[in-house]
Design a binder for this molecule. Structure first.
Ligand SMILES: [Zn+2]
Length: 245
């Protein structure tokens, strides 16, 4: 009995220590422009005859491609040279948020280079946000939103496991932290040369006829609360030297 009590006490102390170790981390929700020499992609990627094999070589074999969206994924990966050699998968799912970036939790406990990240892309039928699922977006908007998701991966990859845990708690509990993180992640495609593509996404989900019902439902409480408008993205493009050569 004594042993059980001691073991329980030890476990509680361990959990308290772990919680404190996470809680005391300082984590900045903001994403920054850290790209060395970004490549500017064309205003529209539609109708380009991209060579899949050369793109695959540029991107590397450690990147998963979602069936049916291989080219869009390759273009988004190609914009993130800092993620070369990092294992990332993009997976079509039948549940969850429209898009979500996370990781294989066990891989966070090993060496940083062995981390495995996942981008989950909801492809279910009959969701309340059907119009804004990846499959229903125009090509450029698809590349833009995948580049936004890779922005989250780049952020995770710069942080330690304890910092990611604090980030997760803050993201869930603090609306301002959540909005700052998502809005600055909307600028990651701009920093990576895919500004026109994320602009197309932000415009399309708000103003295209297809999405009016979804925007009326989710605009106030979700899209405009946590994400940048097309106008804010346009302002960032206008100010960024990459787009003003
Ligand atoms: Zn996001």
């Amino acid at each position: 009995m004594k042993f059980v009590k001691r073991a329980l006490l030890g476990l509680i102390l361990l959990l308290v220590a772990l919680f404190l170790a996470v809680w005391l981390q300082q984590v900045d929700p903001m994403q920054y422009d850290l790209v060395d020499s970004p490549h500017l992609f064309p205003d529209s990627l539609v109708n380009y005859d991209f060579d899949l094999d050369s793109l695959k070589k540029v991107v590397g074999s450690d990147k998963g491609l979602p069936p049916g969206f291989e080219l869009q994924a390759l273009l988004a990966y190609a914009a993130y040279p800092e993620l070369k050699g990092v294992k990332i998968d993009m997976v079509l799912t039948q549940e969850g948020a429209p898009m979500e970036s996370n990781f294989n939790i066990w891989s966070l406990f090993g060496a940083g280079k062995n981390r495995q990240y996942r981008i989950l892309l909801n492809d279910a039928a009959g969701t309340p946000y059907d119009e804004i699922l990846l499959r229903n977006l125009p090509f450029d908007a698809q590349v833009g939103i995948l580049a936004h998701e890779l922005g989250h991966v780049a952020y995770y990859h710069r942080h330690t496991t304890l910092q990611i845990a604090k980030w997760g708690l803050s993201y869930l509990l603090d609306d301002n932290f959540h909005a700052t993180h998502e809005q600055s992640t909307d600028l990651m495609p701009v920093y990576h040369g895919l500004g026109r593509q994320i602009h197309e996404y932000a415009w399309y989900v708000r103003y295209d006829d297809c999405c009016a019902a979804a925007y009326a439902k989710f605009g106030d409480q979700f899209m405009d609360k946590y994400y940048l408008s097309d106008k804010a993205i346009q302002e960032a493009i206008d100010k960024h030297p990459l787009y003003n050569k």
